[in-house]
Design a protein around this ligand. Structure first.
Ligand SMILES: C[S@@+](CC[C@H](N)C(=O)[O-])C[C@H]1O[C@@H](n2cnc3c(N)ncnc32)[C@H](O)[C@@H]1O
Length: 308
C-alpha cells in the first residue's frame, strides 16, 4: 500500500496528533516510532520555523528497526540538522534524548505496532499471507524469533503466550495444533494451521490475527518496552509537555490508560480515546482499530503538592 505522500505507510490521525502534541514553531519533539516518517514530517513542517525566541524546531526520531531508519533518513534529509534519527528501542529513550540534546521535550509520540512496510515485507514473517521465515523481530539484535517460539516452546507456554498477548479464547486448541504440525516452515504455513484449528470463518479479520499479534508481542517484549518507554517519556517531558500515544489493540491501550491514571506526574488531557474519522478508516482500513490518548506533564509544583 502506498501512502498519500508517495511513501509506503499511511500515517494515522495526523492532524489529531499535531493538535494533541500542541506542535508549535521552535518546539522540541520526539517520535519514538519513526516508521516511514509520516508523523515526523508533519511535526517538522509545523515546528521547524523559528519560535518567538528565534529558535528553530527539532525532532528526534527513534526506531528499533534499522530498515526504518535507512528508508526514512532520505525523506527527512531536507530538514538537515533539525531532524536527528537514531536506531534504538524506545526502552532507551531517556539516555538517547539526553545524549542528543532533546531534553526537556515539548512532546513525545508513540505510534505503536508495526508499519505497512514491515507488514508487507517478503522476509519478516509479520504477514499471514506470505511464506516468509517466522522472524517477527523489529531488530535483528534480539535472539528470540517467532520460529523458535512456534517450533520449540512447550505447548503450555505457547498456549499461555497466545492467550496473554493475543487474548485468544481458543489458545489451547491452537497451541495443540501448532505442536502437532511441527516443524512449521513459514508464516503462511502457520496461518493455515491456526486458521483450521481456530474454526473461525474468514471475515474482515484473518483467523490468525490474534496468534500473530501474540507472537510479535512476545518476540519483541512489547509490553515491557512500552512500560519503560512511557516512564522515560514522562521523565524527558517539559512541564506542560504532551505525551501522545496511538495503540492498535486493547492490551496496549489498557497499559497506557493504566500508566497515565497511575502516574502522579501526568494528567489525561482527553478522558476518552480519540478515534479516526469514518473518512480516514475508508481511506486507510489499517487505521480502524487506532486509539489515540493524550496526557500532559504536570508542573513540578503540582508533583510536590501531591506528595504533601
Ligand atoms: C506504526 S509504525 C510507525 C509509523 C509512523 N508513525 C509513520 O508515520 O510512518 C511503528 C514503528 O515503531 C517501531 N517500533 C515498534 N516498537 C518499537 C520499540 N520498542 N522501539 C523503537 N521502535 C519501535 C516499528 O519498528 C515501526 O517502524
Amino acid at each position: 500500500m502506498t501512502g498519500a505522500t508517495g511513501t509506503y505507510h499511511w500515517p494515522v490521525m495526523v492532524s489529531e496528533v499535531l493538535e494533541s502534541l500542541g506542535v508549535h514553531p521552535g518546539g522540541t519533539y520526539i517520535d519514538c516510532t519513526l516508521g516511514d516518517g509520516g508523523h515526523s514530517v508533519a511535526i517538522l513542517e509545523a515546528a521547524v520555523g523559528p519560535g518567538p525566541d528565534g529558535m528553530h524546531g527539532r525532532l528526534l526520531g527513534l526506531d528499533a528497526d534499522p530498515e526504518a531508519i535507512v528508508a526514512t533518513s532520505q525523506r527527512l534529509a531536507p530538514y538537515g540538522s533539525s531532524a536527528v534519527l537514531v536506531n534504538t528501542n524506545f526502552e532507551h529513550l531517556e539516555k538517547t534524548a539526553a545524549s542528543e540534546g532533546f531534553t526537556p521535550a515539548d512532546g513525545v509520540l508513540f505510534d505503536l505496532g508495526l508499519s505497512s512496510r514491515q507488514l508487507d515485507a517478503e522476509d519478516r514473517g509479520f504477514s499471514f499471507k506470505r511464506p516468509a521465515t517466522l522472524d517477527m523481530r523489529f531488530s535483528a539484535e534480539g535472539e528470540l524469533t517467532a520460529d523458535r517460539i512456534v517450533n520449540e516452546w512447550p505447548e503450555e507456554d505457547l498456549a499461555n503466550l497466545i492467550y496473554q498477548f493475543g487474548e485468544e479464547p481458543k489458545s489451547r486448541r491452537i497451541a495443540r495444533a501448532i505442536v502437532r504440525n511441527r516443524t512449521i516452515t513459514d508464516a503462511k504455513h502457520l496461518a493455515d494451521i491456526v486458521g483450521r484449528a481456530s474454526g473461525y470463518r474468514k471475515g474482515r479479520t484473518h483467523p490468525a490475527t490474534r496468534t500473530f499479534q501474540a507472537l510479535r508481542m512476545g518476540v519483541n517484549h512489547e509490553i515491557e518496552s512500552l512500560q519503560a518507554g512511557l516512564d522515560q517519556a514522562t521523565n524527558v517531558l517539559d512541564e506542560g509537555g504532551r505525551l501522545v500515544t496511538i495503540s492498535y489493540h486493547s492490551l496496549e491501550d489498557r497499559e497506557i490508560k493504566r500508566f497515565v491514571v497511575g502516574s502522579e506526574r501526568l494528567k489525561a488531557v482527553v478522558k476518552k480515546v480519540i478515534r479516526p474519522s469514518k473518512a480516514e478508516v475508508e481511506r486507510n482500513p489499517r487505521s480502524r482499530s487506532a486509539k489515540l490518548r493524550v496526557a500532559e506533564r504536570l508542573k513540578p509544583e503540582t508533583d510536590a503538592s501531591r506528595d504533601r
